[in-house]
Write a protein that binds this ligand. Structure first.
Ligand code: ADP
Length: 249
């Protein structure tokens, strides 16, 4: 049994059902998983396997039909609006495929916005470390439209990290990037786990992206069916091929 401090988030027997009657879809079927602190975990699986639903449930963006979710020592299941708002402000950071930066704010303003909204002070030393790690020092006064896609996603990474959340959740973070910019962002997520002990959970359908993670969890039909540690892109691809076979049958 691992101690609580090694687990940044966990799902215990989580089931999530969409729709009703004949249109019922069991997106998650009694999923239990522990996300280890300070590691980079990827969630993979065929389209419709439940990846996004699992991430949304772990992050408190979606409620569950049964089971329980914890982020750090906070029980997310059953939290009311205020508790969920607190959770999103202080315990989790998000990186989205579409960057989701505010166009009227500079890069720096975007990065510190979550702290400002939460009434929290910026730790300047940590801010500087994050900015230098993502290489944004000379772009801080630029607005999103003055930045490339890769730079915008690096701003989004910095925004997610600057509050030192319990978990950073990244939803297809390289989906809108060319391969060079994608590799930069993935390298940065990898370093943030290895060098800074930041827990990162990433949903992806890209085997190469998943190979940057320390651990890959595979979903099929709403269940965790396999996992790989220290994965190579080839090993992830092989696993995906075998899962496509399972799903197709
Ligand atoms: P993935 O991220 O692996 O593509 P999702 O978690 O998005 O899978 O979806 C899992 C299943 O749940 C799919 O069958 C999908 O159609 C269904 N689903 C997801 N969100 C909704 C929703 N809001 N309403 C109805 N069905 C949904």
């Amino acid at each position: 049994m691992r101690t609580a401090t090694t687990v940044a988030a966990r799902a215990v027997g989580v089931t999530k059902v969409y729709g009703s009657g004949e249109a019922t879809v069991t997106a998650l079927d009694a999923v239990s998983v522990e996300i280890e602190r300070g590691r980079f975990t990827a969630i993979m699986g065929p389209s419709g396997s439940g990846k996004s639903t699992l991430m949304h449930c772990l992050a408190g963006l979606d409620d569950v039909d049964s089971g329980e979710v914890f982020v750090g020592d906070t029980k997310v299941t059953g939290l009311k609006d205020k508790g969920l708002t607190d959770l999103r402000r202080t315990k989790v950071g998000f990186i989205f495929q579409q960057f989701n930066l505010l166009p009227t704010l500079t890069a720096e303003e975007n990065i510190v916005l979550p702290l400002a909204i939460g009434g929290r002070k910026v730790d300047r030393e940590w801010f500087d470390t994050v900015i230098d790690t993502v290489g944004l020092r000379d772009r801080l006064s630029h607005r999103p439209t003055q930045l490339s896609g890769g730079q915008q996603q690096r701003v989004a990474c910095a925004r997610a990290l600057v509050s030192r959340p319990e978990v950073v959740f990244a939803d297809e973070p390289t989906g809108n990037l060319d391969s060079t910019s994608g590799a930069e962002v993935l390298g940065f997520l990898q370093r943030s786990a290895r060098d800074f002990g930041q827990t990162v959970v990433m949903v992806t359908h890209d085997a190469n992206a998943a190979s940057y993670a320390d651990r890959v969890i595979f979903l099929a039909d709403g269940r965790i069916v396999s996992e790989l540690l220290e994965p190579t892109a080839d090993a992830v691809l092989d696993m995906m091929k075998s899962l496509d076979g399972v799903v197709a049958r």
